[in-house]
Design a protein around this ligand. Structure first.
Ligand SMILES: C[S@@+](CC[C@H](N)C(=O)[O-])C[C@H]1O[C@@H](n2cnc3c(N)ncnc32)[C@H](O)[C@@H]1O
Length: 348
């Protein structure tokens, strides 16, 4: 037989106020029975278990509305949806708060060290810089709708129907990125793939027992990758907000993904990759690039309107720009040309 508790007993069990319990009831999260004689609430064991779940979900920041939805629908998809949402929210907050902490640290250094007259200006300048960085991070949007492309992506790569034939060397590029990674002198590297997509590159590492995790900003791409390679660990994540702590990985790899960032975003992404990379770590990226602005202009002259439009829909890198960006971190960038548009860059 189920135990019965009154509201005060329940409040005591969880060390919460009776008001909080009434609030959850008002919001429709719990529906305790009422005593027929005095209308007092009566909680059974099921209510207690439900209340415990609600409090635990609250403790990781889930909203009342979302908790209600989880309690009403415990399908795998619904869980995935809510926990991915929450993962994204928490990750964004961590990035934002980390930047704010960094800024306040810099401000404190300024106050301790600067002469009085420059303090006000410096403080505002530091805050403005952090604010701008945060806005760029938050404003990145998937304007290509990768979710919608996820199930047909592998086939489209095979057919390579675009005007530029950017996938004609797809397998060669993935193979070369893989080879460069395993040729590195790092023993048992922990690898991160960014923009893992449907998992075609990651599969090479998995097949050879490398420790690798894949992040992507598209949930549907992650679903496809996970279906194809159930053993793969995936996380929702972006170049601009990599959801890992500092110095986690030995090597970062990526193919056909970096060109979805404009120059400003690329520069932030480079900082992000270096942040999560261990000292002496490596970055190997296969992607669409030109050696320089001049190189782009020269190549564009020989292309059709349709091909130029295809290029303008994305942000092909200029390698000389990337070299300058990596130089800011004292890193050297080597590159190899695969075809007119595809290059492999290697930072070590
Ligand atoms: C053209 S697909 C390439 C997929 C896979 N890397 C491959 O080589 O087949 C681009 C992938 O990068 C992901 N992507 C694009 N921009 C991204 C970003 N800013 N952060 C993380 N992933 C991104 C997309 O969601 C998509 O899965």
């Amino acid at each position: 037989m189920s135990n019965v508790y009154n509201i005060n007993e329940v409040a005591k069990i969880f060390n919460i106020t009776t008001n909080k319990i009434r609030y959850y009831e008002k919001k429709g999260l719990i529906e305790p029975l009422r005593d027929i004689d005095n209308e007092y609430r009566k909680f059974n064991d099921e209510d207690i278990i439900k209340l415990q779940s609600i409090l635990l979900y609250r403790s990781i920041g889930l909203s009342i509305k979302h908790i209600k939805d989880i309690l009403n629908n415990s399908s795998n998809n619904n869980y995935l949806n809510h926990f991915n949402n929450q993962y994204e929210i928490v990750n964004s907050e961590i990035h934002k708060l980390t930047d704010i902490r960094k800024s306040i640290g810099k401000i404190l250094d300024n106050i301790y060290e600067a002469d009085d007259c420059s303090i006000d200006n410096n403080i505002l300048h530091i805050i403005k810089h952090a604010d701008e960085l945060n806005k760029i991070r938050d404003n990145w949007k998937d304007k290509w709708d990768f979710d919608n492309w996820a199930t047909s992506y592998d086939n489209d790569v095979l057919e390579d129907r675009g005007a530029l034939k950017i996938y004609k060397n797809y397998n060669l590029i993935l193979d070369n990125v893989y080879k460069l990674t395993i040729d590195s002198e790092i023993n048992n590297p922990y690898i991160l793939e960014i923009g893992v997509g449907t998992g075609n590159l990651v599969s090479k590492f998995l097949n050879n027992d490398f420790a690798i995790v894949g992040i992507d900003q598209s949930r549907k791409m992650l679903n496809v990758a996970k279906q194809k390679y159930p053993q793969l660990k995936v996380r929702l994540g972006e170049f601009l907000k990599i959801p890992y702590n500092d110095k986690c990985f030995d090597i970062i790899v990526s193919t056909y993904a970096f060109h979805h960032l404009n120059s400003m975003e690329k520069s932030i992404a480079i900082g992000e990759m270096i942040r999560v990379l261990k000292d002496n770590g490596k970055i190997i990226i296969g992607d669409l690039m030109f050696e320089s602005k001049e190189d782009e202009e020269r190549i564009l002259k020989g292309l059709s309107m349709e091909q130029i439009e295809e290029i303008n829909d994305e942000y092909y890198s200029h390698i000389d720009f990337l070299q300058d960006e990596f130089k800011k971190f004292n890193k050297i960038l080597k590159y190899t040309r695969v075809d007119n548009f595809n290059y492999i860059i290697e930072m070590k």
